[in-house]
Design a protein around this ligand. Structure first.
Ligand code: PMV
Length: 337
């Protein structure tokens, strides 16, 4: 006998960044973070899990290549799943095979691990008949993954319990609440990042004074203001907070020793262009944000998409400057699994 489940999970892009852990093994963050979950049709992970009495061992393939199943994060995720499993005794001991594929560059600062672990968790939860909150299980694979198990705008609460039972994600509003919101993903480079986020975060926690200031004095208030801007659909405040938070996150990376440099010249040019455009129209029409990589994500309202794409086409003709656009993605309307 065997059973197979396939799930699709989208990428999420943070507007208040998670950067720093207070507990490395449980993946407990040093601040709350907020993100929007993107449209699954465009950027997603697709994962199939199969359980069978015939399998001799657990195995995993990522983008067609077999990976080490002993990876600690993967093991954490599997352990959490098997602990909560509703399958009967002997079936629970059967081995599994996992196949996962991203339809976008992996580990290039496009939140591939978020989509990947959210998808794996959702598929395994279905396979093992687990009900209730699964964001905690996704968190045990990759922190930001806990925000990808639900759609719309999502907040990951850092929590205070040392075992992490209250470090989970909750939806702020569904995508339909702010249906005019659009996201442009500008793929500047699909190279794998040089410093993986787990290593960068550890280094920042150990060496960056700016990160300590951010954790204590900036994010608590900024996250609340961001939540309010989302609830009130206040684009100007949303956009300014988004850009400031991205800038502070990259300032922390530069304040880290040795520094982690994720943005490149094209990223900087896009950032400058956004400010020039907002200045020229004397308003805040578009916001940029960068994760741990050079690719830009722009947040803007639907009515401004044609003008902004026109400007981007003018300054960065697609392909000539190695930029590929994912045009005008909506925020995704998925329900918690
Ligand atoms: O979840 P991780 O370990 O891939 O870290 C993600 C960190 C950032 O993408 C830079 C920020 C965030 O909140 O997603």
């Amino acid at each position: 006998m065997n059973t197979t489940v396939t799930c699709i999970a989208p990428v999420n892009i943070a507007v208040i960044k998670y950067w720093g852990k207070r507990d490395d093994s449980l993946i407990l963050p040093t601040n709350d973070s907020i993100s929007a979950t993107l449209d699954t049709a465009q950027l997603h992970a697709k994962t199939t899990v199969m359980i069978s009495s015939d399998f001799k061992e657990d195995r995993i393939w990522l983008n067609g290549k077999e990976e080490d199943i002993k990876n600690t994060r993967l093991q954490n995720c599997l352990k959490e799943i098997r602990k909560r499993s509703q399958l009967s005794g002997y079936t629970n001991d059967w081995k599994i095979c996992i196949c996962s594929k991203n339809n976008f560059p992996t580990a290039a600062g496009l939140a591939s691990s978020a989509a990947g672990y959210a998808c794996l968790t959702a598929a395994l939860a279905k396979l093992y008949k687990i009900e209730g909150d699964i964001s905690i299980i996704a968190r045990s694979g990759s922190g930001s993954a806990c925000r990808s198990v639900m759609g719309g705008f999502v907040r990951w609460y850092m929590g205070s319990d040392k075992n992490g039972t209250d470090s989970l994600a909750k939806q702020i509003v569904p995508a339909s609440h702010w249906s005019e919101m659009r996201i442009l993903v500008l793929v500047v480079s699909d190279e794998q990042k040089k410093v993986p986020s787990a290593i960068g975060m550890k280094r920042s926690i150990e060496t960056s004074q700016l990160l300590q200031h951010r954790i204590m004095h900036v994010v608590p208030e900024r996250a609340n203001k961001m939540q309010q801007a989302i609830v009130e659909k206040d684009f100007k405040n949303f956009a300014e907070l988004t850009m400031k938070d991205s800038n502070q996150f990259h300032a922390v990376c530069l304040d880290t020793y040795p520094p982690c440099i994720y943005m490149n010249n094209i990223s900087n040019n896009i950032m400058n262009l956004v400010h020039s455009y907002n200045d020229a129209v004397n308003d805040v029409k578009v916001a940029y944000t960068y994760d741990a990589g050079p690719n830009a994500t722009l947040y803007l309202l639907e009515k401004d998409v044609p003008a902004v794409i026109g400007i981007l086409d003018h300054f960065f003709p697609p392909f000539e400057n190695a930029i590929e656009y994912r045009r005008g993605l909506p925020v995704e309307e998925i329900k918690p699994s």
